[in-house]
Design a protein around this ligand. Structure first.
Ligand code: ADQ
Length: 538
């Protein structure tokens, strides 16, 4: 089997590039290396007119096939329909959704052009994995050209309920094209359920569990929550403490004994950055004793600056931070620092580790990898506390964080206070549970689980809501299910590890499930046992 990955943007790695730490691109590259494969998509370059040319670049066992977008295509397909219509509506922001019929036509046109180019590169035993909302109709276009291969789609962002999505013109035509896929992966079970309901109510499909039948086709729609490379991120964070000239050290010096609350996001209205700044201001107003003792570092590099809503957000975040600093700051203390730069993975890991509170409060988010990175970076002997929006997909897995409603400024402000005052024993207890979850569902687990389901059409078990230690086939699982040793920071198997857990054997979890989840209801166990884990590239 050869793997073909398709995504809107493709970045070809430098020949001499050292292995970057984790991330989706690295996991996909590893999967492509393992199976041998092709990665197709937009080069990032823009030409005057639409380009028919496909450039192929070989790196090891992976071929990168790149095409440029014409300026009109970039405007309609990328900035227009993808980022001003689909992105806001998928994030439940009807008020920001800008639909233009010509953008939709441009979107369909680019998907058609991609399908035409890709169809010529497909071999009979290829398995095709298409990523994200820019490319929803791609499988339908490939089928039209006679491609009968197995094709999967993964949707990285939320999927709203049918009555929200139904407001988008052509939504039923568009979502119906998803039935050309064999497997549709969503971040959470809520998203998967919303899509199934939409295909039933807007398109007349018939659902049976996770299987949707429509127009003679059968599509499986399931949750595949994405993870991070926990082990390499943990190592980066631990190393950043030891290195001499790092941003972490400089931060330490500039903060002194002060505590640090951190936010890290692309500058995007879905991330709730302005609301978060306001909540931090509220926290300082409600708890004047905390002034001068703690600062918020918000790292937010601008993205999609060509889209007016993003330019407005950039202005608004500066304005709010400036106002709060002027109202609450002292001559020797600036409460909020907003930094609009991208940092290296290693610098980010160091910032996370230095911060007593990770403030991850999107208004909506497919998953939110920052929540997982923050936990992976913590010192196991003295971990910080994650404050997490209930509207991030990550909240479905990370119930031991302090779960908040980002629309409720006072609630977020009080969660910051609770996090800063939390006793060490409780911080460790929460950290260990969170670390166990993110390790057991890391990026290797995600890739393997998805590709298993796609390539063989095999049933994959639901993921349990809390993670027992597990061993797959007598081998330790992924980096996973291992807690870092509080003294050395090295991964170690948990003391209570069971020697073997067989799929279907439904072992009791080591930690109580929902009962001790802050702000969470008792989470039901699936009763289907635990999935086996494999490691990509192991
Ligand atoms: P994003 O919306 O980009 O991804 P997220 O999951 O938080 O959101 O990932 C952002 C990544 O960018 C993280 O790895 C983070 O470390 C990095 N990053 C952010 N700011 C940075 C900075 N200043 N410097 C360097 N790196 C920075 C979409 C969906 C998410 C989903 C992911 C993956 O919107 O919901 O989790 O895809 O499926």
């Amino acid at each position: 089997m050869r793997l073909v990955v398709v995504s809107n943007r493709v970045t070809v790695p430098d020949r001499n590039e050292k292995a970057a730490a984790g991330g989706l691109a690295v996991a996909l590259r590893e999967a492509l290396e393992k199976h041998g494969g092709l990665w197709f998509g937009w080069s990032g370059a823009v030409s005057e007119g639409p380009s028919q040319e496909i450039r192929q670049i070989q790196r090891g066992k992976v071929t990168y096939a790149l095409t440029d977008l014409g300026e009109a295509e970039r405007q309609s397909y990328y900035l227009g329909f993808s980022n001003r219509a689909l992105w806001p509506i998928m994030h439940y922001r009807l008020g920001l959704t800008e639909f233009q019929r010509s953008d939709y036509m441009g979107y369909l046109g680019v998907n058609r052009r991609f399908a035409r180019a890709l169809a010529g590169l497909i071999q009979p035993d290829d398995v095709i994995w298409i990523h994200d909302y820019h490319l929803i109709p791609l499988a339908a276009e490939l089928r039209r050209r006679g491609i009968g291969n197995r094709i999967g789609y993964f949707h990285h962002i939320p999927w709203p309920s049918a009555d929200v999505l139904g407001a988008l013109p052509f939504s039923s035509t568009l979502i119906r094209t998803l039935t050309s896929y064999d497997l549709v992966g969503m971040q959470t079970q809520i998203d998967a359920r919303n899509l199934i309901d939409g295909l039933v109510s807007l398109c007349g499909g018939k659902a049976e569990g996770s299987t949707l039948r429509l127009g003679g086709r059968k599509t499986v729609i399931r949750a595949f929550p994405i993870g991070i490379d926990v082990e390499s991120f943990r190592r980066l964070a631990a190393a950043s403490v030891r290195q001499a000239a790092t941003p972490l050290r400089a931060t330490r010096e500039s903060l002194g004994e002060r505590k640090l609350v951190i936010g890290v996001d692309r500058l995007d209205y879905s991330k709730g950055i302005v609301q978060r700044l306001e909540a931090f201001g509220q926290f300082l107003r409600s708890h004047p004793d905390q002034r001068s003792r703690v600062g918020l570092l918000q790292i937010a590099p601008p993205s999609r600056s060509d889209v007016p809503e993003y330019a407005e957000l950039d202005r608004q975040s500066d304005e709010v931070a400036g106002r709060l600093n002027a109202q609450l700051g002292e001559f020797d203390w600036t409460p909020i620092r907003v930094v609009k730069k991208a940092y290296s993975r290693s610098a980010l890991a160091g910032f996370y580790r230095r911060a007593q509170v990770g403030l991850v409060t999107p208004m909506r988010d497919g998953m939110n990898l920052v929540a997982k990175e923050y936990v992976a970076a913590q010192d196991p002997a003295d971990p910080g506390v994650l404050v997490l929006s209930r509207f991030a997909g990550a909240a479905q897995q990370m119930g031991e964080a302090l779960i908040v409603n980002p629309y409720d400024t006072h609630e977020v402000a009080e969660a910051i206070r609770t996090a800063l005052a939390m006793p060490k024993s409780e911080r460790i207890r929460r950290f260990e549970a969170l670390y166990r979850t993110i390790s057991a569902t890391d990026i290797a687990w995600w890739t393997n689980r998805y590709l298993d389901a796609l390539s063989a059409g095999r049933e994959v078990p639901d993921e349990p809501r809390s993670w027992p230690i597990e061993i797959s086939g007598g081998r330790p699982a992924a980096s996973g299910n291992r807690l870092p040793d509080p003294k050395t920071g090295e991964s170690r198997s948990h003391a209570k590890a069971e020697p073997e857990t067989r799929a279907g054997a439904a072992k009791p979890p080591l930690r109580a499930t929902g009962a001790d989840r802050p702000g969470g209801k008792s989470a039901p166990r699936t009763g289907k046992g635990t999935p086996r884990l494999k490691v990509v590239g192991s």
